[in-house]
Design a protein around this ligand. Sequence first.
Ligand SMILES: Cc1cc2nc3c(=O)[nH]c(=O)nc-3n(C[C@H](O)[C@H](O)[C@H](O)COP(=O)(O)OP(=O)(O)OC[C@H]3O[C@@H](n4cnc5c(N)ncnc54)[C@H](O)[C@@H]3O)c2cc1C
Length: 405
Amino acid sequence: MNDPRLPIPDSGRPAAEQFVARHLSHLVCDVDRVSGSVRFRGGQTAADAALAAFDVTGYASRRNQVLPESDRGASALSPYIRHGLLTLRQVWDHVVGGPSGDVAKFRDELMWQEYARHWYLHHGTASTRGVRREQAHVEPTASWDRSMACVDVTLDELERDGWLVNQTRMWLASEWGVRRSGAWREGEEHFFRHLLDGSRAANRMGWQWTVGVGSAKHYGFSRSQVERRAPELCRGCELRSRCPIADWPDEPVREVAESPAGRRTSSDPVELSSVRSTGVEPEAVWLTAESLGDADPALSAHPELPVVFVFDEPLLARLQLSSKRLVFLVESLADLATRRALEVYRGQPHEVLACRPVAVTFAPVPGFRRIARRVAPAVVHPYPWLVTPSDGPIGSFSAWQRRRG
Ligand SMILES: Cc1cc2nc3c(=O)[nH]c(=O)nc-3n(C[C@H](O)[C@H](O)[C@H](O)COP(=O)(O)OP(=O)(O)OC[C@H]3O[C@@H](n4cnc5c(N)ncnc54)[C@H](O)[C@@H]3O)c2cc1C
């Protein structure tokens, strides 16, 4: 077997790209052009700077603006939130004192993120099975039409930066899943491969919400949204006089979709909110991609211990992510290495960590429980929830909000 230990990545974009090209290129979908996001840098330092620069003023009225970019009100904090470089609580607290309407709207969106995490924790992989929206009667034309400027410019941004505002995520998902009758799981995968904030929780929920999986409603995409949110796209579009989305899309063909039945995974509040220890002293902190920040509970509880990160080779080989996602992780590790003793490996976590007692933070994804069973950590710290999960309705955001209220 190859030595699973990798060198510590140096700081800086070129070093991170070289690291991915050298050690991880067999695990990415764009092996011939390994590169990082043009817009985002990974790491705690970049996350802290992005949060410090974010002013919530005007968020409510401008969060859906697409172009010009200078008019956007979206925070662009999602890649850092996704990887635990910023906790939802830190971001929630950051906007204290802002205009009340903007603060309320922004915090509502943070709650959507928390809801998506609870939803995915609850249903796990069943979140795809029970809620299929079949399109058996429609021929899928499953490719985007890049002669439409609204599609082309938006896909470019996704593939270049690994990020989109919520509005253009809905445009693309609706264009693919509603108007062109593409399979939503394929669209979800394309986003997941590129988005730096790509998570099974929020991405899957976003796709299902947009295309109307398990619901009588869907989001319709037409020229009027583009004219309103990004007028320059229509002005420069070669199809402006024969726009294929001038009218609202037809109602999609629907089949009855069942919801995922029952509770699939434990939402035991004790398991999810307390430190669980075997009594063995940990000798290292195992960091996962869900929780890479300095505020990670296991990391901050054991400041004297070395930190271990494992690029899960079989998982990444299956996922075939775009290289910018791995460059973002490598930049985050390089940044962490300036403050903590770090070890980086490529392999299977349970093999790399065999016989080594570790402390880790719970991650709200089904794979964590599966892998942790084999790693058998000495200490598991609770995930830094904004709201601790509990039993209760999880079928809709409003029902979930009500049961908390
Ligand atoms: C088809 C589709 C796919 C999506 N995929 C993802 C994904 O993989 N990862 C992801 O984090 N979000 C996803 N979203 C939700 C949302 O689009 C992004 O969170 C948001 O655009 C990120 O940009 P921002 O940080 O500027 O958001 P802001 O508007 O500044 O919001 C602040 C934070 O609130 C949370 N948030 C905002 N809107 C939502 C939402 N609708 N659902 C859940 N959380 C939200 C995010 O953590 C975001 O960073 C998806 C939405 C759709 C429609």
